[in-house]
Write a new protein. Structure first.
Length: 107
């Protein structure tokens, strides 16, 4: 029995979850962000049971789309985190944790 239809369905669900996560990140909807994260973890558990040999052409296309959207969401999360760090630093009047001078290595 082939696992391709469940894998295909899981990839489609993951794509929908990632789109929902992107919208939640843009809206700063924390409850929806957490719900999407839980859903992604559950779908990852399902997809881990599939093998690379079970991927057909459509699954490869869906997988590529999922990877791209996940990367976009990762960059968006990082931008939000950097923005927050910048604002917190401005409010506290302190430099960021990673903005210290780099010491030169002894020769």
């Amino acid at each position: 029995m082939s696992h391709t239809p469940p894998l295909r369905d899981s990839l489609r669900q993951m794509l929908a979850l990632l789109e929902g996560e992107r919208q939640a990140l843009a809206a700063m909807d924390m409850e929806r962000i957490v719900t999407c994260a839980d859903g992604k973890m559950n779908l990852c558990a399902v997809m881990e049971r599939c093998t690379k040999a079970e991927l057909d052409e459509e699954c490869h296309g869906l997988l590529d789309a999922v990877k791209r959207l996940n990367e976009i969401n990762r960059k968006l999360r990082n931008l939000i985190a950097a923005n927050l760090q910048s604002r917190l630093s401005a409010l506290t009047g302190s430099a960021g944790l990673y903005h210290g001078a780099v010491a030169e290595m002894p020769r």
